[in-house]
Design a protein around this ligand. Sequence first.
Ligand SMILES: Cc1cc2nc3c(=O)[nH]c(=O)nc-3n(C[C@H](O)[C@H](O)[C@H](O)COP(=O)(O)O)c2cc1C
Length: 172
Amino acid sequence: MDNKVVSTIKNRVSCRNYSSKKVPLNKLKTIAECGMMAPSAMNKQIANILVLKSKNVIEKLRKLSLDVLGNDCFYGANNMIIVYGPKDNPFTLQDCSCILENMFIAASSLKINSCWINQVDKLLNDPKGKKVKKFLGLDDNVMVVGTCILGYCADESKLSIKPRKENFIKVI
Ligand SMILES: Cc1cc2nc3c(=O)[nH]c(=O)nc-3n(C[C@H](O)[C@H](O)[C@H](O)COP(=O)(O)O)c2cc1C
């Protein structure tokens, strides 16, 4: 089907190898706005989106990852958007996931590479991460569902769309 949105969705891939080039703030904001426009259960809009624009904050998170996990779980990315919501709400995972997916698609459409990073909640709840969590303004009653790392792939030739399993889609 010849449709730009369909083609963007079908060509999105996760990138784990970034150049140092920054994504302009206006593009990060556009991506965050696309996340904001995701559906939410009963339109309660319980989730929040945190765009990290300062290198200092990003480097704090990277250092935390190196300290706690022994590796940079952000793959050298210099741009990130954290998506979080209340720990005790039954729709936090669903709402945040919709936001994240909207952002991956928006990024892809803007020729910006991205990947879902899952480790941020664990990092921020580690004893070593409590200070960073406070610095980010996140209360103890919230959970980070996912972080969207963004940037420009250092080697596009290594990106490839992964094959999907057979019978993924069933039609009855
Ligand atoms: C819930 C979820 C958690 C993920 N966590 C990570 C992660 O922590 N690190 C990572 O490199 N990729 C992570 N990914 C990306 C997946 O590994 C990736 O989507 C999958 O391999 C399919 O590849 P594709 O995105 O290129 O289609 C996550 C994806 C989802 C949906």
